[in-house]
Design a binder for this molecule. Structure first.
Ligand code: RM4
Ligand code: MN
Ligand code: MN
Length: 424
């Protein structure tokens, strides 16, 4: 399904008066409104190819139809999101779930929707039907060099697919670890993983980055070989300047101070990418901002501050991606909500009075510091986000228009009620 530009223009026209009323406060009263709108226009968040279908748990999955049946249809779905919000201009592929058979054709199709290819993701956490050796006891850490070789070769294959598509990063998330005390020699697992990663690193093109993603638990529940930001940072440092840590919000132990982790990684020049989602308990992969919006804001406050301190480009110098699962929501609606939550947190972080905050800190005034942060967090920045989307050619309210157009019903009509997308 392709959105006719008229739909968006007509919809925006119908909402314009109310929107302009809310926006006028900003344009008249807030000096930073224009630069914030521009930053929002530039900011793009990649959509993972595995998040376009219905997710599930090990107990069940409840698809509601119209899921994309192929990579082409996944690109079409991301194109649809991007047409609505003009903020989802990239897609991230997981191999082998989404192998492009004709890379040129896929690249062209994506370009028609204004999409580029974000980081490529390898998969050595599942066994594939045609695979010679099993990853049951790990991949890059495995005791058998032949298994490690197979996993290394897979990652190199993923890089090649990415090169053909114009991507420039590889994300390695490993499920390697152990389920029981005594099962694994931690030192050997570390050394083997490092030397496997070194071989993958050596295969990276010059302009590529390697993102080492960490996760505290699951599917291994006693130890994870890349279990926390410290381990990831260690691997990234040992690998070299093209290697970075990737933070996935759901991959920490409960109550971890993620904003502090982000601040230190950025300060050390080793934060490379970000996976957005939200959680109450573990790697719940819920809609970004649905559970802890204040935490998301605090993280963005550190991101903006840390990137500015290093003179980084907010839109381009870190890899931004959503990594969520949609168990009871329409996946496309869920993604629209996540993107919006990220935009809102970003806009609020841009509003923080940095100079005043720094003064409060130097004066050891926690009351004032809290006031400054919460002043930004409690500001309704939705008119700024809507205006950025409108100026970029998107809808003032992407989710409302999605519903008004009955997109899911149309997709079910085109693709059927029982289609199943590849992914988790
Ligand atoms: C993992 C991790 C990875 C993602 C897989 C599907 O928990 O978040 O980034 O590729 O799930
Ligand atoms: Mn992730
Ligand atoms: Mn995850």
């Amino acid at each position: 399904m392709k959105l006719e530009p008229d739909y968006i223009a007509d919809y925006n026209q119908s909402q314009l008066e109310g929107h302009q009323r809310k926006l006028s406060y900003w344009t008249q009263e807030v000096a930073t409104a224009e630069p914030i709108i521009q930053k929002l226009i530039d900011f793009q968040i990649a959509i993972p190819s595995w998040a376009l279908g219905t997710g599930g748990t090990r107990f069940g999955r409840f698809p509601s139809g119209g899921e994309p049946r192929s990579l082409e249809e996944k690109i079409e779905d991301v194109g649809l999101l991007h047409a609505l919000n003009r903020t989802s201009g990239a897609i991230s592929l997981h191999i082998p779930w989404d192998i492009p058979t004709d890379a040129d054709a896929i690249k062209q199709l994506a370009a028609q929707y204004g999409l580029r290819f974000d980081a490529m993701n390898s998969n050595t956490f599942q066994d594939q039907p045609d695979q010679a050796l099993s990853y049951k006891f790990g991949s890059l850490q495995h005791s058998d060099p032949a298994v490690r070789r197979q996993a290394i070769e897979h990652n190199i294959e993923v890089i090649k697919h990415g090169v053909a598509l114009g991507s420039d990063a590889l994300t390695v998330w490993l499920s390697d670890g152990s389920c029981f005390p005594g099962q694994l020699n931690f030192r050997k697992a570390f050394d083997r993983t490092l030397s496997s990663l070194e071989e993958i690193y050596a295969a990276l093109p010059d302009n590529w980055k390697l993102f080492v993603e960490y996760k505290a638990f699951e599917p291994n529940f006693y130890s994870m070989t890349v279990g926390d930001w410290g381990s990831s940072f260690l691997y990234a440092n040992k690998l070299g300047p093209k290697a970075y840590t990737l933070v996935d919000l759901g991959h920490h132990l409960p109550n971890a101070n993620i904003e502090q982790i982000v601040a230190i990684l950025l300060h050390q020049g080793k934060l490379g990418g970000f996976h957005f989602n939200d959680s109450k308990y573990g790697d719940d992969d819920l809609t970004a901002g649905s559970i802890k919006p204040y935490q998301l804001f605090l993280i963005f406050t550190e991101l903006v501050d840390g990137m500015d301190a290093r003179g980084m480009n907010h839109a381009k110098d870190l890899g931004w991606m959503i990594d969520a699962s949609h168990n009871v929501k329409d996946p496309l609606e869920d993604l629209l909500q996540s993107v919006e939550a990220i935009q809102l947190a970003y806009a609020q972080a841009l509003l923080v009075d940095r100079a005043a905050l720094e003064n409060a800190r130097e004066a050891n005034d926690p009351v004032r510091a809290q006031e400054i942060l919460q002043d930004a967090f409690r500001t309704d920045v939705r008119p700024l986000v809507a205006e950025a989307q409108r100026r970029a050619g998107g809808a003032l309210n992407p989710l409302a228009l999605y519903r008004q157009l009955n997109v899911r019903q149309q997709l079910i009509g085109e693709r059927g009620a029982k289609t199943v997308a590849t992914g988790l």
